[in-house]
Every structure is written in C-alpha cells, then in structure tokens.
Design a binder for this molecule. Structure first.
Ligand code: AMP
Length: 130
C-alpha cells in the first residue's frame, strides 16, 4: 500500500505544497513545531533515508537547501533546523523547522494548532520566496 506521503505526491490526500521537481516534493507539516515547519521527501517511496542512493541523498539535500532558504526568508528566524526521525511515517523525509532557540525543535512538544487560513498564508509566503 502506498505511504501517506506517496498519496500526497499523487494528489490523493491534500497538502500545503511548497515545491516539487521530478524527484522531490516539499509540503507543510500538518503538526508544525513552529510556523513554516516543512517536510522534504523523495517521490520514490523508500522508508529509511539511508536506503536512498547516494545521488538521491545528495540531491534531496540540495533541494532542501533551496526550500530552506525560502522558508527562512518567509519566516524570519535564527536558523532552519534540519532533522530526520522517520518513526511515524515510513517514507523518508527531512524536517525543516524555523527556530530561534533549541526549545523550538522538541518533537515531544504539543504541535501548533493552525487554521487552514493560517497554513495557506504560510504556504503563500514561502512559495513567494522560491
Ligand atoms: P516522523 O516520521 O517521526 O519524522 O514524523 C512524521 C511527520 O509527518 C510528523 O511531523 C507529522 O506531523 C507529519 N505528517 C503526518 N501526516 C501528514 C500529512 N498528511 N500532512 C503533513 N504532514 C504530515
């Protein structure tokens, strides 16, 4: 069965899309730690990030770099934190999280609860910087 992220890429499940190319896709995390929290995934469905090919790992990070630059411009912050866990969704993904302190990137914290309008506004701000 296709992963939830493959279903997002295929348009079967809605998302707040940020960017895509032929191999990678970025969209807002639905349970954000901070405003602008974005996930970057390979379109090819592979569970564990280090099971991707060398080229895929390298090129996904270059794709993430472009997305991170747009997130940083849209959501002023000290840094874009980069994290890989992959314990919930078995489809490799990189978390990009705008942070001002290390407390902003705590996966045990209650996520922000944002309205659809706020998600759409964040999406618009980030995509306008790409
Ligand atoms: P992890 O696998 O532990 O790195 O976490 C998976 C991440 O995917 C979590 O931050 C979830 O909030 C996020 N997530 C799960 N389903 C969706 C979805 N349908 N749209 C956007 N983000 C999602």
């Amino acid at each position: 069965m296709a992963s939830i992220f493959t279903r997002i890429v295929n348009g079967e499940i809605p998302c707040y899309k940020i960017a895509e190319d032929d191999r990678f896709f970025a969209f807002l995390d639905i349970n954000p730690m901070t405003k602008g929290h974005t996930l970057v995934i390979p379109k090819r469905e592979v569970d564990y990030i280090f099971d991707l090919t060398n080229d895929e790992v390298a090129d996904m990070m270059v794709f993430a770099k472009k997305v991170a630059a747009a997130v940083e411009q849209a959501m002023p912050c000290k840094r874009i934190a980069v994290a890989v866990l992959g314990l919930q969704v078995p489809h490799a993904h990189i978390h990009l999280v705008p942070i001002n302190s290390e407390n902003d990137v705590d996966f045990k914290h209650e996520p922000l609860h944002l309205s659809p309008e706020t998600f759409a506004e964040i999406q618009q701000k980030i995509t306008s910087k790409l």
